[in-house]
Design a protein around this ligand. Structure first.
Ligand SMILES: [Zn+2]
Length: 304
């Protein structure tokens, strides 16, 4: 038994509240600039549905990217007793000064684009993990088990959460849904791991699916979701392999990907620099995993 409430505070930073019989949790926090709205949304939902226990007990993180945990320090200020649960590798990442710097820089950038540019100060130490969850570890919210599943591919630290044998929070390793409803691939760390992660999630046969950056899917969308994730991932990989086999350099493959995949929807959802970094990483993992060497010369570098 659980209640699911979308408490997202702004564009690009999804956050969902789970209320069990005894405890509460959020899955991801959304971006830093969304914090005040997210906290307000959580407070209102807890006052309505959990008046005897208006507390946040757990924060489950799907991975360590800024758009999924940027609001964490502010949420921990509001609920200092909340325990942060994520993969051991996410804990490792959040101990690296460079990772914390990157999170801060990207959070500030998003605050300029989506808000007034003034990010309230926060302490980097708040970006931390209290409970490391391994594959199949369970935390119970009271008649509501939340199971972690290791689903690498987008990042090494990607976790999927399976709630009460009913609802699955896909990690970005499996894919994400655009606001227009299109399913996109976003493997960055490993194509092969991403495919294995999709199959692992599909095998659970969850009735309900929350897709990253979109929210709860309709029954019709959920019925074809894993297949669409697989098709998007395969198409992306095949496109890269085809270009590489026809002799394209890394930069030429990147340029071809730009024309094939970076459309108006994508532009709105991902700044070019982030798209370029992720796509280059995806190209490299595909070439490496399929044993193809592409020319790394910079001659065809797109001027953007
Ligand atoms: Zn991510």
């Amino acid at each position: 038994m659980y209640r699911l409430i979308n408490v997202t505070g702004g564009v690009g930073g999804d956050c969902h509240l789970l209320i069990g019989k005894a405890k509460t949790a959020i899955v991801d926090t959304g971006m830093a600039y969304c914090a005040a709205t997210v906290i307000d949304n959580i407070q209102k939902a807890l006052a309505e549905y959990m008046p005897d226990h208006p507390q946040l007990d757990y924060v489950f993180l799907t991975h360590s990217h800024y758009d999924h945990l940027g609001a964490l320090p502010y949420i921990l200020e509001a609920w200092p007793e909340a325990k942060v649960c994520a993969a051991a590798h996410a804990q490792k990442v959040l101990r690296r000064p460079n990772a914390l710097k990157t999170i801060r820089r990207l959070s500030e950038g998003a605050c300029i684009v989506f808000s007034d540019g003034h990010l309230p100060p926060y302490d980097d130490h708040a970006m931390h993990v209290d409970i490391c969850m391994k594959d199949q570890d369970i935390i119970d919210l009271g008649d509501c088990p939340v199971m972690a599943l290791e689903t690498p591919g987008h990042t090494q630290c990607s976790l999927t959460f399976y709630v009460d044998h009913d609802l699955i929070f896909g990690s970005e390793s499996t894919g994400y849904t655009s606001k227009c409803g299109r399913v996109n691939t976003t493997y960055v760390n490993s194509y092969k791991q991403a495919v294995a992660s999709i199959e692992k999630c599909r095998a659970l046969g969850a009735a309900k699916i929350v897709s990253p950056h979109y929210g709860l899917l309709s029954d019709e969308e959920a019925a074809v979701y894993w297949q669409k994730c697989l098709e998007a991932t395969e198409h992306h990989k095949n496109f890269i392999l085809e270009k590489a086999r026809s002799g394209c350099s890394e930069e030429e493959i990147l340029e071809a990907c730009f024309h094939e995949f970076y459309d108006e929807i994508c532009k709105f959802e991902q700044p070019y620099r982030a798209w370029k970094a992720n796509t280059l990483a995806a190209i490299r993992t595909v070439l490496e995993e399929f044993g193809i060497t592409a020319d790394k010369s910079q001659t065809a570098s797109p001027h953007r």
